[in-house]
Design a protein. Structure first.
Length: 115
């Protein structure tokens, strides 16, 4: 059997009629995602969202979560995950490009860094 399914949270951050997306790069691939990440065991969805926003953007508790707008299930040959997207507004002006690169050509762990 493969790895256990992982629950993920994402935030739809709006500012001046814009939406924040984070750019990810892997060998031969480039894609844009909403900021967010995996939920740890025993962590609430809101706590996970605030933690991920802090880790990726340096913001968190000041972001008001207005409730889920989408729940997504995705199953692929490599992994299975569910995403819970929330809409948030904040007076904080933040922007980032999140770059990720696989640690091995075999698709090892990915380590993001802000640039």
């Amino acid at each position: 059997m493969g790895a256990e399914p992982r629950i993920r949270v994402s935030a739809l951050l709006r500012w001046n009629d814009r939406v924040l997306l984070c750019r990810h790069e892997k060998p031969g691939k480039e894609y844009w995602l909403l900021p967010g990440g995996g939920v740890n065991t025993g962590e609430s969805l809101v706590d996970a969202l605030h933690r991920e926003l802090w880790e990726e953007l340096g913001i968190g508790e000041e972001v008001a979560v207005e409730g889920p707008v989408a729940i997504v299930d995705s199953i692929s040959p490599v992994q299975s995950f569910a995403a819970n997207c929330s809409v948030s507004t904040t007076s904080t002006t933040s922007s980032c490009i999140l770059r990720s690169s696989a640690s091995s050509s075999a698709g090892g762990p990915v380590t993001p860094r802000l640039t």
